[in-house]
Design a protein around this ligand. Structure first.
Ligand SMILES: Nc1ncnc2c1ncn2[C@@H]1O[C@H](COP(=O)(O)OP(=O)(O)OP(=O)(O)O)[C@@H](O)[C@H]1O
Ligand SMILES: O=P(O)(O)OC[C@H]1O[C@H](OP(=O)(O)OP(=O)(O)O)[C@H](O)[C@@H]1O
Ligand SMILES: [Mg+2]
Length: 309
């Protein structure tokens, strides 16, 4: 168990993914972080489970049907073609091996496929077709390496679910248990602020200028330098001949990773476009942003309305 100093009254337990979902349903846990696939499979549509944050931006994968590249499947490339193969009959159905014994049959039923049977195993499902135990598999795919190594391919229309890590809660605890809603709010705010900040940088530089307005006008000529709301420009005070004067202005902007180098170049261009005879600016400092807290936490609004609060 881990205690998080910054969040009072919170205990974090590391559990197997499916146990996280089971324990939410049974009321033993209030919140969980787990793949959406696991929530769907082991939550089985339980209305007490509520997705508080649906994209934590890791654990990306999809639950997808795969078949061999060889033999009778050589020219089969879609779910429709697979379903239409004359091989599958009532006595000899299409056999799919999967750990997803709730999602699998549900998907097959929704698509109206006939003559399908499921078998299950805990791991190494990819070997089932080569072993002759199954015709197809339904499993998580991320990079596709495991499928390639096993001579299997995905098919068009065969994706059952797109998944990534999510924050999921028990509706009952959110509503009934003292303090759970407050902690959820704080966790959600931190998660959203952190995710908003990933891939963002703060860029800082000092630039000579006659006024903040004049520096701003130079900066805003450049497309990559407008920041989140606009550049922050503040005077840098120094003492010269016993007087406090302002020769430089500090510029702070927030830029996404992709625009970083361009922004640095554009800042430098601002330095050199100066008509002042002295050196135009300082070095450009770049640091990672950890959080961007904004006024609204959009998912908090939707959670409250989902809970009818
Ligand atoms: N290759 C992958 N790439 C990205 N995410 C994955 C991948 N495989 C699994 N995941 C995600 O991680 C979660 C946990 O994976 P998995 O089902 O393999 O559990 P596990 O940690 O091996 O637990 P168990 O021991 O119960 O099988 C999945 O529900 C899925 O959301
Ligand atoms: O497309 P890829 O990037 O190759 O990933 C897919 C593999 O990852 C998962 O297995 P995991 O590594 O979790 O092992 P497990 O099945 O034993 O849990 C999944 O069950 C696939 O086997
Ligand atoms: Mg695993």
């Amino acid at each position: 168990v881990v205690i998080v100093k910054q969040l009072a009254n919170l205990e974090v337990w590391f559990q197997r993914p499916k146990d996280v979902v089971r324990k939410l349903v049974s009321g033993d846990l209030d919140l969980g972080i787990v793949g959406l696939d696991t929530v769907s499979e082991h939550g089985q549509g339980n209305e007490d489970l509520v997705i508080v944050h649906d994209e934590l931006e890791y654990g990306d994968c999809r639950l997808s049907i795969a078949i061999p590249k060889y033999g009778i499947f050589e020219n089969i490339n879609s779910l429709e073609e697979l379903a239409k193969m004359p091989q599958w009959t009532k006595d000899r159905p299409l056999r799919i091996a999967t750990g997803f014994t709730y999602m699998g049959p549900k998907f097959v039923k929704e698509r109206g496929l006939e003559h399908v049977s499921f078998s299950t195993a805990d791991g190494a499902l990819e070997a089932a077709p080569a072993m002759g135990i199954a015709d197809a598999i339904l499993d998580l795919v991320s990079s596709g390496t495991t499928l390639r190594e096993n001579n299997l391919k995905e098919i068009e229309g065969g994706v059952v679910l797109e998944s990534q890590a999510v924050l999921v809660a028990s509706k009952k605890s959110l509503i009934q248990r003292n303090g759970v809603l407050d902690i959820t709010h704080e966790i959600l705010e931190r998660l959203e602020a952190h995710l908003r900040a990933t891939g963002q940088f703060t860029v800082t530089a000092n630039m000579r200028g006659s006024s903040a307005q004049e520096v701003a006008e130079r900066i805003l000529c450049q497309s990559s330098l407008s920041g989140l709301q606009g550049p922050t420009i503040s005077p840098v005070f120094c003492k010269r001949d016993g007087k406090v004067v302002v020769d430089y202005y500090a510029i702070v902007i927030c830029v996404p990773r992709k625009a970083l180098y361009k922004s640095v170049q554009q800042l430098r261009a601002c330095f050199s476009s100066e008509v002042v005879s002295l050196v135009g600016g300082s070095g450009v400092l770049v640091s990672n942003l950890t959080y961007i807290f904004e006024e609204e936490t959009p998912r908090w609004r939707s959670l409250l309305s989902h809970l009818g609060l």
